[in-house]
Write a protein that binds this ligand. Structure first.
Ligand code: SAM
Length: 285
């Protein structure tokens, strides 16, 4: 029997995105947020935190491949990686595919998200027990402020800038990320919709520049399960430019890394196709 039950994420009072619910698999209130995992008709299983879509089985590969492989192929030798957030495990799953990666510190605030995703989203959480992965239940903002470890690549797989994630979009955080990167390190952050959240992207780029990063490049891509369907990451680097990477090296490495969206052509094309207004925004900060 098909119920007429729907989940709706309200972007604001005028815009929303809905999916019809087949089954509610998990519903729990943690110390930090309301966590739900639902089974849908068209997008498979879907993780929802505080009424916002986080990830879906249908389109997660686009997001997780692009947040991981772009920085990991831009850096020539990414041995030490820090992932902040990303409690579903999708980013960690992609990161450990890289032979050069020796260690992944995975700093997630909410152990209940990890627990729920281990149980209901095994396709995403499948590498959480990989020997390279060190799970640290902590606030990523505090972690980068206090640790004296240095990383090659830092990936910030965060939700919207509200609640405990708000500080992940503030200048103090970027300064600490800069401090935690080696002299040739780089970072990537989930940076919301280039259509709805332009002011936020402008602030992120401004703070990254003020924190000392030499190269700042937002990149955009389709994300059907997020409001507007059009999403972005922002890469900030001390040294390496993603456009300088040798395509042959990526092509060779991808013989052993299974991807569905990302390849050596996407690696460059995604930056070359950055909308004019986003490139202008970065030029003008
Ligand atoms: N792909 C998603 C998106 O764009 O909405 C993000 C997915 S992932 C589930 C986000 C994770 O960040 C959540 O599990 C949440 O608990 C975690 N998180 C939020 N604030 C955090 C913080 N300050 N430190 C570490 N993790 C945080």
């Amino acid at each position: 029997m098909k119920f007429n039950l729907w989940f709706t994420e309200y972007h604001n009072e005028n815009i929303s995105l809905s999916m019809r619910v087949k089954e509610v698999l998990y519903l729990e209130k943690s110390k930090y947020q309301e966590i739900a995992i639902i089974e849908t008709y068209d997008f498979g299983r879907v993780l929802i935190l505080d009424n916002t879509f986080q990830t879906t089985e249908r389109d997660e590969f686009i997001y997780h491949e692009l947040i991981s492989h772009i920085p990991l192929f831009t850096h020539p030798n990414p041995k030490d990686v820090l992932v902040i957030g990303g409690g579903d495990g999708g980013t960690v799953r992609e990161v450990v595919k890289h032979k050069k990666v020796e260690r992944v510190d995975f700093v997630e605030l909410d152990e209940k998200v990890i627990e729920a995703c281990r149980k209901y989203l095994p396709n995403l959480s499948c590498e959480m027990d990989n020997e390279k992965v060190n799970i640290i239940i902590a606030d990523g903002i505090k972690y980068v402020a206090e640790t004296d470890k240095k990383y090659d690549v830092i990936i910030v797989d965060c939700p919207d800038p509200v609640g405990p994630a708000k500080g992940l979009f503030e200048k103090e955080f970027y300064k600490n990320v800069y401090k935690c990167l080696k002299d040739d390190g780089l970072m990537v952050q989930q940076s919301e919709s280039p259509l709805y959240d332009l002011k936020l992207i402008e602030n992120i780029c401004k703070y990254l520049k003020e924190s000392g990063f030499k190269i700042i490049m937002p990149y955009s891509y389709p994300m059907p399960s997020y409001p507007s369907g059009f999403w972005s990451f922002t890469l900030a680097s001390k040294k390496y430019n993603p456009l300088d990477v040798d395509e042959n090296k990526i092509r060779e490495a991808l013989k052993e890394i299974k991807t569905k969206y990302y390849d050596e052509e996407v690696h460059k094309a995604i930056f070359l196709s950055t909308p004019k207004y986003l490139k202008e925004l970065v030029r003008n900060i």
